[in-house]
Design a protein around this ligand. Structure first.
Ligand SMILES: [Zn+2]
Ligand SMILES: [Zn+2]
Length: 506
Protein backbone atom coordinates (compact mmCIF):
# COMPACT_ATOMS: atom_id res chain seq x y z
CA UNK A 1 0.00 0.00 0.00
CA UNK A 2 2.79 2.34 0.90
CA UNK A 3 4.35 1.73 -2.50
CA UNK A 4 1.22 2.86 -4.28
CA UNK A 5 1.00 6.05 -2.25
CA UNK A 6 4.53 7.00 -3.16
CA UNK A 7 3.79 6.29 -6.79
CA UNK A 8 0.74 8.54 -6.80
CA UNK A 9 2.60 11.35 -5.09
CA UNK A 10 5.37 11.05 -7.60
CA UNK A 11 3.02 11.23 -10.54
CA UNK A 12 1.87 14.58 -9.24
CA UNK A 13 5.40 15.76 -9.81
CA UNK A 14 5.41 14.64 -13.43
CA UNK A 15 2.61 16.79 -14.78
CA UNK A 16 2.38 15.96 -18.46
CA UNK A 17 -0.56 18.12 -19.44
CA UNK A 18 0.04 20.33 -22.39
CA UNK A 19 -2.96 21.01 -24.61
CA UNK A 20 -5.67 23.47 -23.76
CA UNK A 21 -8.66 24.95 -25.56
CA UNK A 22 -9.89 28.34 -24.40
CA UNK A 23 -11.84 31.23 -25.95
CA UNK A 24 -12.07 29.49 -29.31
CA UNK A 25 -8.31 28.99 -29.53
CA UNK A 26 -6.22 25.85 -29.31
CA UNK A 27 -3.24 26.51 -27.03
CA UNK A 28 -0.04 24.54 -27.50
CA UNK A 29 3.12 23.98 -25.52
CA UNK A 30 6.14 24.29 -27.79
CA UNK A 31 9.35 23.06 -26.24
CA UNK A 32 12.20 25.56 -26.02
CA UNK A 33 14.61 23.65 -23.78
CA UNK A 34 15.02 20.39 -21.88
CA UNK A 35 18.08 20.74 -19.64
CA UNK A 36 19.33 20.18 -16.11
CA UNK A 37 19.51 23.93 -15.64
CA UNK A 38 17.63 26.74 -17.37
CA UNK A 39 18.55 30.41 -17.36
CA UNK A 40 16.00 33.06 -18.25
CA UNK A 41 17.27 36.49 -19.28
CA UNK A 42 14.80 39.36 -19.85
CA UNK A 43 15.68 41.30 -23.00
CA UNK A 44 15.11 44.55 -21.13
CA UNK A 45 17.52 44.33 -18.17
CA UNK A 46 15.97 44.18 -14.68
CA UNK A 47 12.45 43.49 -15.92
CA UNK A 48 10.50 41.34 -13.47
CA UNK A 49 9.90 37.68 -14.29
CA UNK A 50 6.75 36.44 -12.55
CA UNK A 51 7.02 32.79 -11.55
CA UNK A 52 4.18 30.94 -9.85
CA UNK A 53 3.28 27.38 -8.94
CA UNK A 54 0.51 26.10 -11.19
CA UNK A 55 -0.98 23.86 -8.52
CA UNK A 56 0.34 25.60 -5.40
CA UNK A 57 0.11 28.86 -3.55
CA UNK A 58 3.50 30.35 -4.05
CA UNK A 59 4.41 33.03 -6.50
CA UNK A 60 7.41 35.27 -6.80
CA UNK A 61 8.65 38.12 -8.99
CA UNK A 62 12.35 37.96 -9.78
CA UNK A 63 14.27 40.94 -11.15
CA UNK A 64 16.74 40.26 -13.96
CA UNK A 65 18.32 36.94 -14.83
CA UNK A 66 16.88 33.84 -13.13
CA UNK A 67 18.65 30.49 -12.99
CA UNK A 68 16.46 27.45 -12.37
CA UNK A 69 17.87 24.06 -11.41
CA UNK A 70 16.68 20.79 -9.97
CA UNK A 71 16.72 21.12 -6.20
CA UNK A 72 18.15 17.69 -5.54
CA UNK A 73 20.12 16.23 -8.43
CA UNK A 74 21.31 13.24 -6.43
CA UNK A 75 17.74 12.25 -5.73
CA UNK A 76 17.16 8.54 -5.52
CA UNK A 77 15.15 7.27 -8.37
CA UNK A 78 13.34 4.03 -8.94
CA UNK A 79 11.67 2.36 -11.87
CA UNK A 80 7.95 1.85 -12.20
CA UNK A 81 5.60 0.55 -14.84
CA UNK A 82 3.36 3.32 -16.02
CA UNK A 83 -0.12 2.53 -17.27
CA UNK A 84 -2.96 4.74 -18.36
CA UNK A 85 -6.71 4.69 -18.68
CA UNK A 86 -8.91 7.11 -20.54
CA UNK A 87 -11.15 9.35 -18.43
CA UNK A 88 -13.61 11.99 -19.56
CA UNK A 89 -12.19 15.12 -17.98
CA UNK A 90 -9.06 16.76 -16.65
CA UNK A 91 -10.66 17.72 -13.38
CA UNK A 92 -10.91 14.89 -10.91
CA UNK A 93 -12.00 14.39 -7.37
CA UNK A 94 -8.86 13.02 -5.78
CA UNK A 95 -6.00 15.49 -5.75
CA UNK A 96 -3.45 12.67 -5.61
CA UNK A 97 -4.36 11.46 -9.08
CA UNK A 98 -3.17 13.21 -12.19
CA UNK A 99 -4.31 13.05 -15.77
CA UNK A 100 -2.36 13.57 -18.93
CA UNK A 101 -3.84 15.11 -22.05
CA UNK A 102 -3.63 13.75 -25.56
CA UNK A 103 -5.21 14.45 -28.92
CA UNK A 104 -7.62 12.22 -30.80
CA UNK A 105 -9.46 12.48 -34.08
CA UNK A 106 -13.09 11.65 -33.33
CA UNK A 107 -16.25 12.27 -35.37
CA UNK A 108 -14.18 14.28 -37.87
CA UNK A 109 -12.93 16.64 -35.17
CA UNK A 110 -9.80 17.19 -33.14
CA UNK A 111 -10.57 16.39 -29.52
CA UNK A 112 -8.45 16.83 -26.42
CA UNK A 113 -8.82 13.70 -24.32
CA UNK A 114 -7.59 12.84 -20.86
CA UNK A 115 -6.07 9.76 -19.48
CA UNK A 116 -5.35 8.78 -15.95
CA UNK A 117 -1.74 7.91 -15.25
CA UNK A 118 -0.96 5.38 -12.61
CA UNK A 119 1.88 3.07 -11.77
CA UNK A 120 1.38 -0.62 -11.30
CA UNK A 121 1.84 -1.54 -7.66
CA UNK A 122 5.43 -2.62 -8.12
CA UNK A 123 8.55 -0.56 -8.10
CA UNK A 124 12.12 -1.55 -8.85
CA UNK A 125 15.54 -0.31 -7.83
CA UNK A 126 16.98 -0.92 -11.29
CA UNK A 127 15.82 -0.81 -14.87
CA UNK A 128 16.97 -4.42 -15.34
CA UNK A 129 14.67 -5.62 -12.57
CA UNK A 130 11.74 -3.68 -14.05
CA UNK A 131 12.45 -5.15 -17.50
CA UNK A 132 12.58 -8.64 -16.10
CA UNK A 133 9.21 -8.15 -14.41
CA UNK A 134 7.77 -6.63 -17.60
CA UNK A 135 8.92 -9.49 -19.80
CA UNK A 136 7.56 -12.12 -17.37
CA UNK A 137 4.20 -10.34 -17.33
CA UNK A 138 4.13 -9.50 -21.05
CA UNK A 139 4.17 -5.76 -20.43
CA UNK A 140 5.76 -3.60 -23.17
CA UNK A 141 9.13 -2.15 -22.01
CA UNK A 142 7.98 1.27 -23.26
CA UNK A 143 5.81 1.44 -20.12
CA UNK A 144 8.83 1.40 -17.83
CA UNK A 145 9.59 4.87 -16.57
CA UNK A 146 12.35 6.19 -14.39
CA UNK A 147 10.70 7.98 -11.50
CA UNK A 148 12.67 10.62 -9.63
CA UNK A 149 11.54 10.68 -6.02
CA UNK A 150 12.03 14.26 -4.98
CA UNK A 151 12.97 16.53 -7.85
CA UNK A 152 9.65 18.19 -8.38
CA UNK A 153 11.11 21.02 -6.33
CA UNK A 154 13.26 23.45 -8.26
CA UNK A 155 15.70 26.04 -7.01
CA UNK A 156 15.39 29.55 -8.40
CA UNK A 157 18.18 32.06 -7.99
CA UNK A 158 18.65 35.59 -9.28
CA UNK A 159 21.84 37.60 -9.82
CA UNK A 160 21.67 39.08 -6.33
CA UNK A 161 21.83 35.57 -4.91
CA UNK A 162 18.21 35.48 -3.70
CA UNK A 163 17.08 31.88 -3.60
CA UNK A 164 13.62 30.37 -3.58
CA UNK A 165 12.29 26.84 -3.91
CA UNK A 166 9.06 26.18 -5.82
CA UNK A 167 7.10 23.11 -6.86
CA UNK A 168 6.71 22.42 -10.57
CA UNK A 169 4.83 22.85 -12.84
CA UNK A 170 5.50 26.59 -12.89
CA UNK A 171 3.79 29.34 -14.89
CA UNK A 172 6.22 32.02 -16.03
CA UNK A 173 5.37 35.47 -17.38
CA UNK A 174 7.49 38.49 -18.20
CA UNK A 175 6.68 41.97 -19.51
CA UNK A 176 9.80 41.81 -21.67
CA UNK A 177 10.90 39.11 -24.12
CA UNK A 178 13.00 36.35 -22.57
CA UNK A 179 16.16 34.66 -23.83
CA UNK A 180 16.61 31.01 -22.84
CA UNK A 181 20.03 29.69 -21.79
CA UNK A 182 21.81 32.60 -23.47
CA UNK A 183 20.45 31.69 -26.93
CA UNK A 184 20.09 34.28 -29.67
CA UNK A 185 16.29 33.99 -29.96
CA UNK A 186 13.82 35.66 -27.62
CA UNK A 187 10.25 34.73 -26.77
CA UNK A 188 7.44 36.60 -25.09
CA UNK A 189 4.17 35.87 -23.35
CA UNK A 190 3.61 32.80 -21.18
CA UNK A 191 5.81 29.82 -20.41
CA UNK A 192 5.45 26.59 -18.51
CA UNK A 193 8.27 24.84 -16.70
CA UNK A 194 8.02 21.22 -15.57
CA UNK A 195 10.26 18.38 -14.50
CA UNK A 196 10.21 15.35 -16.78
CA UNK A 197 12.65 12.44 -16.57
CA UNK A 198 15.28 14.26 -14.49
CA UNK A 199 15.23 17.35 -16.68
CA UNK A 200 13.68 20.79 -16.59
CA UNK A 201 11.38 21.21 -19.56
CA UNK A 202 10.61 24.81 -20.58
CA UNK A 203 7.73 25.33 -23.02
CA UNK A 204 6.30 28.37 -24.77
CA UNK A 205 2.54 28.38 -24.11
CA UNK A 206 0.70 30.01 -27.00
CA UNK A 207 -2.28 29.74 -29.41
CA UNK A 208 -1.83 27.61 -32.54
CA UNK A 209 -2.23 30.70 -34.75
CA UNK A 210 0.67 32.48 -33.03
CA UNK A 211 2.75 29.32 -33.42
CA UNK A 212 2.04 29.31 -37.20
CA UNK A 213 3.18 32.97 -37.33
CA UNK A 214 6.47 31.90 -35.75
CA UNK A 215 6.97 29.01 -38.18
CA UNK A 216 6.25 30.38 -41.66
CA UNK A 217 8.88 33.16 -41.94
CA UNK A 218 11.60 30.58 -41.22
CA UNK A 219 10.14 28.31 -43.86
CA UNK A 220 9.41 30.56 -46.83
CA UNK A 221 10.88 34.00 -46.00
CA UNK A 222 9.05 36.98 -44.52
CA UNK A 223 9.19 39.11 -47.70
CA UNK A 224 7.36 36.53 -49.81
CA UNK A 225 4.18 37.51 -51.68
CA UNK A 226 1.06 37.31 -49.47
CA UNK A 227 -0.58 34.39 -51.30
CA UNK A 228 2.59 32.26 -50.99
CA UNK A 229 2.73 33.02 -47.24
CA UNK A 230 -0.93 32.02 -46.91
CA UNK A 231 -0.30 28.72 -48.72
CA UNK A 232 2.67 28.11 -46.39
CA UNK A 233 0.52 28.97 -43.35
CA UNK A 234 -2.16 26.43 -44.30
CA UNK A 235 0.49 23.75 -44.97
CA UNK A 236 2.33 24.46 -41.68
CA UNK A 237 -0.92 24.52 -39.66
CA UNK A 238 -2.09 21.25 -41.25
CA UNK A 239 1.30 19.66 -40.57
CA UNK A 240 1.18 20.76 -36.91
CA UNK A 241 -2.37 19.41 -36.49
CA UNK A 242 -1.51 16.02 -37.96
CA UNK A 243 1.53 15.85 -35.65
CA UNK A 244 -0.80 16.58 -32.71
CA UNK A 245 -3.14 13.74 -33.69
CA UNK A 246 -0.08 11.47 -33.67
CA UNK A 247 0.88 12.69 -30.16
CA UNK A 248 4.55 12.12 -30.92
CA UNK A 249 5.75 14.07 -27.87
CA UNK A 250 3.04 12.85 -25.49
CA UNK A 251 5.50 11.44 -22.95
CA UNK A 252 7.91 14.40 -23.18
CA UNK A 253 5.73 17.00 -21.46
CA UNK A 254 5.00 19.17 -24.51
CA UNK A 255 3.03 19.14 -27.76
CA UNK A 256 5.65 19.94 -30.40
CA UNK A 257 9.39 20.55 -30.37
CA UNK A 258 10.78 23.70 -32.00
CA UNK A 259 13.26 21.95 -34.34
CA UNK A 260 12.97 20.32 -37.80
CA UNK A 261 11.74 17.08 -36.16
CA UNK A 262 8.36 18.85 -35.87
CA UNK A 263 8.67 22.32 -37.49
CA UNK A 264 11.22 25.08 -36.91
CA UNK A 265 9.70 27.65 -34.54
CA UNK A 266 11.64 30.79 -33.62
CA UNK A 267 9.13 32.97 -31.76
CA UNK A 268 8.72 36.48 -33.19
CA UNK A 269 12.00 36.26 -35.10
CA UNK A 270 11.36 37.53 -38.69
CA UNK A 271 7.62 37.98 -38.03
CA UNK A 272 6.33 41.13 -39.81
CA UNK A 273 2.99 42.68 -40.84
CA UNK A 274 2.69 40.55 -44.00
CA UNK A 275 3.25 37.35 -42.01
CA UNK A 276 0.58 38.39 -39.47
CA UNK A 277 -1.89 39.29 -42.23
CA UNK A 278 -1.25 36.01 -44.06
CA UNK A 279 -2.01 33.92 -40.96
CA UNK A 280 -5.08 36.05 -40.10
CA UNK A 281 -6.47 35.80 -43.66
CA UNK A 282 -6.57 32.00 -43.55
CA UNK A 283 -7.26 31.63 -39.82
CA UNK A 284 -7.71 28.01 -38.67
CA UNK A 285 -7.73 26.67 -42.25
CA UNK A 286 -6.30 23.20 -42.71
CA UNK A 287 -6.18 20.70 -45.58
CA UNK A 288 -8.27 17.56 -45.50
CA UNK A 289 -8.39 14.28 -47.38
CA UNK A 290 -11.79 12.78 -46.67
CA UNK A 291 -12.43 13.51 -43.03
CA UNK A 292 -8.79 13.44 -41.88
CA UNK A 293 -6.01 16.01 -41.91
CA UNK A 294 -4.01 15.70 -45.11
CA UNK A 295 -0.30 14.93 -44.96
CA UNK A 296 0.78 18.47 -45.93
CA UNK A 297 4.51 17.92 -46.22
CA UNK A 298 6.48 20.55 -48.14
CA UNK A 299 10.02 21.30 -49.32
CA UNK A 300 12.17 24.13 -50.70
CA UNK A 301 12.48 23.41 -54.39
CA UNK A 302 11.38 20.47 -56.53
CA UNK A 303 13.59 21.30 -59.54
CA UNK A 304 10.83 20.85 -62.14
CA UNK A 305 8.38 18.20 -60.93
CA UNK A 306 7.41 17.12 -57.43
CA UNK A 307 7.85 13.48 -56.48
CA UNK A 308 5.46 10.91 -55.04
CA UNK A 309 5.58 10.18 -51.31
CA UNK A 310 5.59 6.44 -52.06
CA UNK A 311 8.75 6.70 -54.23
CA UNK A 312 10.57 8.87 -51.69
CA UNK A 313 9.45 7.26 -48.40
CA UNK A 314 8.26 3.84 -49.61
CA UNK A 315 4.87 4.13 -47.89
CA UNK A 316 1.52 3.42 -49.47
CA UNK A 317 0.62 5.79 -52.33
CA UNK A 318 -1.38 8.89 -51.37
CA UNK A 319 -3.56 10.40 -54.11
CA UNK A 320 -2.73 13.98 -53.09
CA UNK A 321 1.05 13.31 -52.93
CA UNK A 322 1.59 11.53 -56.22
CA UNK A 323 3.70 14.29 -57.76
CA UNK A 324 2.79 17.14 -60.12
CA UNK A 325 4.54 19.31 -62.71
CA UNK A 326 5.76 22.54 -61.14
CA UNK A 327 7.79 24.18 -63.92
CA UNK A 328 5.61 23.73 -67.07
CA UNK A 329 8.65 23.21 -69.37
CA UNK A 330 9.58 20.07 -67.38
CA UNK A 331 6.47 18.34 -68.70
CA UNK A 332 8.22 17.37 -71.94
CA UNK A 333 11.01 15.51 -70.11
CA UNK A 334 10.85 11.99 -68.68
CA UNK A 335 12.84 12.63 -65.51
CA UNK A 336 12.70 9.03 -64.37
CA UNK A 337 15.37 8.31 -67.02
CA UNK A 338 19.09 9.20 -66.95
CA UNK A 339 18.90 10.78 -70.42
CA UNK A 340 15.82 12.83 -69.47
CA UNK A 341 17.51 14.16 -66.31
CA UNK A 342 20.70 15.10 -68.22
CA UNK A 343 18.76 16.99 -70.88
CA UNK A 344 16.56 18.78 -68.28
CA UNK A 345 19.55 19.79 -66.13
CA UNK A 346 21.01 21.56 -69.17
CA UNK A 347 17.77 23.05 -70.49
CA UNK A 348 17.39 26.83 -70.28
CA UNK A 349 14.08 28.27 -69.08
CA UNK A 350 12.95 31.68 -67.87
CA UNK A 351 14.00 32.48 -64.28
CA UNK A 352 14.10 36.30 -64.54
CA UNK A 353 11.44 36.88 -61.85
CA UNK A 354 13.19 34.65 -59.30
CA UNK A 355 15.49 35.90 -56.56
CA UNK A 356 19.05 34.63 -56.24
CA UNK A 357 18.12 32.00 -53.60
CA UNK A 358 15.36 30.56 -55.79
CA UNK A 359 17.73 30.41 -58.80
CA UNK A 360 20.46 28.78 -56.71
CA UNK A 361 18.10 25.91 -55.81
CA UNK A 362 17.33 25.23 -59.48
CA UNK A 363 20.88 24.69 -60.67
CA UNK A 364 23.83 23.64 -58.54
CA UNK A 365 27.14 21.86 -58.99
CA UNK A 366 29.00 19.87 -56.34
CA UNK A 367 31.95 17.53 -56.30
CA UNK A 368 33.37 14.84 -54.06
CA UNK A 369 36.49 12.68 -54.42
CA UNK A 370 36.09 8.93 -54.84
CA UNK A 371 38.19 8.48 -51.70
CA UNK A 372 35.92 10.71 -49.60
CA UNK A 373 32.74 9.06 -50.91
CA UNK A 374 34.19 5.61 -50.13
CA UNK A 375 35.17 6.77 -46.64
CA UNK A 376 31.65 8.16 -46.02
CA UNK A 377 30.29 4.68 -46.73
CA UNK A 378 32.91 2.67 -44.84
CA UNK A 379 34.42 1.38 -48.10
CA UNK A 380 38.13 1.37 -48.99
CA UNK A 381 37.57 2.01 -52.72
CA UNK A 382 34.72 2.37 -55.23
CA UNK A 383 34.94 0.82 -58.68
CA UNK A 384 31.52 1.72 -59.99
CA UNK A 385 28.27 3.47 -59.14
CA UNK A 386 24.94 2.08 -60.33
CA UNK A 387 21.81 4.20 -60.42
CA UNK A 388 18.99 1.72 -59.85
CA UNK A 389 15.95 4.00 -59.81
CA UNK A 390 14.79 7.57 -60.05
CA UNK A 391 11.42 8.97 -58.97
CA UNK A 392 9.20 11.01 -61.31
CA UNK A 393 10.99 14.22 -60.20
CA UNK A 394 14.32 12.73 -61.30
CA UNK A 395 15.48 12.20 -57.70
CA UNK A 396 17.66 9.13 -57.36
CA UNK A 397 15.80 6.81 -54.99
CA UNK A 398 18.12 3.84 -55.05
CA UNK A 399 21.80 3.43 -55.83
CA UNK A 400 24.42 0.68 -55.58
CA UNK A 401 28.11 1.37 -54.99
CA UNK A 402 30.50 -1.47 -55.76
CA UNK A 403 34.12 -1.72 -54.64
CA UNK A 404 35.79 -3.76 -51.91
CA UNK A 405 32.16 -4.39 -50.85
CA UNK A 406 28.69 -3.48 -52.08
CA UNK A 407 26.76 -0.66 -50.43
CA UNK A 408 23.18 -0.02 -51.39
CA UNK A 409 21.60 3.39 -50.67
CA UNK A 410 17.86 3.02 -50.84
CA UNK A 411 16.50 6.48 -50.17
CA UNK A 412 17.14 10.04 -51.30
CA UNK A 413 18.29 11.25 -47.88
CA UNK A 414 20.97 8.55 -47.52
CA UNK A 415 22.21 9.40 -51.02
CA UNK A 416 22.42 13.13 -50.24
CA UNK A 417 24.28 12.40 -47.00
CA UNK A 418 26.73 9.94 -48.59
CA UNK A 419 27.70 12.42 -51.30
CA UNK A 420 28.60 15.04 -48.70
CA UNK A 421 25.24 16.72 -47.96
CA UNK A 422 23.67 17.48 -51.33
CA UNK A 423 20.65 19.83 -51.56
CA UNK A 424 18.68 17.02 -53.26
CA UNK A 425 19.18 13.64 -54.96
CA UNK A 426 18.11 15.11 -58.32
CA UNK A 427 21.51 15.14 -60.03
CA UNK A 428 23.67 13.35 -62.56
CA UNK A 429 27.36 12.50 -62.44
CA UNK A 430 29.21 14.31 -65.21
CA UNK A 431 30.95 12.21 -67.85
CA UNK A 432 29.85 9.07 -69.61
CA UNK A 433 27.55 6.36 -68.41
CA UNK A 434 26.78 2.86 -69.61
CA UNK A 435 23.46 1.09 -69.61
CA UNK A 436 23.61 -2.57 -68.75
CA UNK A 437 20.33 -4.48 -68.41
CA UNK A 438 18.41 -1.29 -67.66
CA UNK A 439 20.82 -0.11 -64.95
CA UNK A 440 22.93 3.06 -65.32
CA UNK A 441 26.57 2.32 -64.52
CA UNK A 442 29.23 4.99 -63.95
CA UNK A 443 32.96 4.30 -63.52
CA UNK A 444 34.26 7.28 -61.55
CA UNK A 445 37.90 8.33 -61.46
CA UNK A 446 39.39 10.70 -58.87
CA UNK A 447 36.86 13.49 -58.55
CA UNK A 448 33.10 12.98 -58.99
CA UNK A 449 31.46 16.07 -60.51
CA UNK A 450 27.72 16.43 -60.04
CA UNK A 451 25.19 18.75 -61.65
CA UNK A 452 21.84 18.94 -59.96
CA UNK A 453 18.62 20.78 -59.26
CA UNK A 454 16.15 21.10 -56.42
CA UNK A 455 16.43 21.33 -52.65
CA UNK A 456 14.74 18.96 -50.22
CA UNK A 457 12.80 15.72 -50.60
CA UNK A 458 10.57 16.95 -53.41
CA UNK A 459 7.23 15.80 -51.94
CA UNK A 460 4.18 18.09 -51.48
CA UNK A 461 4.29 21.86 -51.90
CA UNK A 462 7.38 23.30 -53.58
CA UNK A 463 8.15 26.68 -51.97
CA UNK A 464 9.97 28.04 -55.03
CA UNK A 465 6.94 27.05 -57.12
CA UNK A 466 4.51 28.62 -54.62
CA UNK A 467 6.48 31.89 -54.81
CA UNK A 468 6.40 31.85 -58.61
CA UNK A 469 2.66 31.15 -58.72
CA UNK A 470 1.96 33.96 -56.22
CA UNK A 471 3.96 36.40 -58.38
CA UNK A 472 1.89 35.31 -61.37
CA UNK A 473 -1.26 36.37 -59.51
CA UNK A 474 -2.42 32.91 -58.39
CA UNK A 475 -4.27 32.63 -55.06
CA UNK A 476 -3.21 30.47 -52.13
CA UNK A 477 -6.07 28.06 -52.81
CA UNK A 478 -4.84 27.62 -56.41
CA UNK A 479 -1.32 26.99 -55.10
CA UNK A 480 -2.54 24.39 -52.58
CA UNK A 481 -4.74 22.71 -55.22
CA UNK A 482 -1.75 22.30 -57.55
CA UNK A 483 0.56 20.70 -54.96
CA UNK A 484 -2.06 18.80 -52.91
CA UNK A 485 -4.66 17.87 -55.57
CA UNK A 486 -8.02 16.69 -54.27
CA UNK A 487 -7.60 18.09 -50.77
CA UNK A 488 -10.29 20.31 -49.24
CA UNK A 489 -9.75 23.37 -47.01
CA UNK A 490 -11.77 23.46 -43.80
CA UNK A 491 -11.45 25.47 -40.60
CA UNK A 492 -13.95 23.68 -38.32
CA UNK A 493 -11.78 20.87 -36.99
CA UNK A 494 -11.85 21.51 -33.26
CA UNK A 495 -14.35 19.83 -30.96
CA UNK A 496 -14.83 22.39 -28.21
CA UNK A 497 -15.61 20.42 -25.08
CA UNK A 498 -16.42 22.19 -21.84
CA UNK A 499 -14.26 21.13 -18.92
CA UNK A 500 -16.02 18.69 -16.63
CA UNK A 501 -16.38 19.10 -12.91
CA UNK A 502 -16.26 15.69 -11.36
CA UNK A 503 -15.09 12.39 -12.71
CA UNK A 504 -14.61 9.07 -11.01
CA UNK A 505 -11.12 7.74 -11.26
CA UNK A 506 -12.19 4.10 -11.52
ZN1 LIG B 1 9.45 17.11 -32.56
ZN1 LIG C 1 8.98 23.33 -57.89
Amino acid sequence: MRGLCIALLVIMAISLSAAEYQNGQLYLEINLAAEKQIQLTPLIPNTEIQISEQDGLFSRAFKGIVTISLANQEALSYFGILDHKEVSSAIISDSLVVTREFYAWENSQLTIKHELLYFLNNSFRSREAAEQFASLNRIPVSKIMEIPLVNSTVKLQNEQGDVMYLETPLKINCASSIKVNGGSLSFDGSFVLKTVNHKLVLNHFLPLEQYVEGVIPNEIGNNSPLEALKAQAVAARTHALSLLVNNRHKADGYDLCSATHCQVYKGKYLVNETVLKAVRDCQNEALFVGDSFADATYHSSCGGKTDSSSAIWKGKPLAHLNGVTCIPEADSFDLSTEAGVRRWMNYEYDTTEMNSWEKSTLSWEKSITCTKLAANLGMSYISNIKILSRGRSGRITSMLLEGNKDVRLDNEFKIRTAFGGLPSSLFYIKGNFQVSSGVIAIYPKGNIQMKGSGSGHGVGMCQVGALRMARQGKTYTEILQLYYPGTVIDSKWMAAKPKGIFIDAE
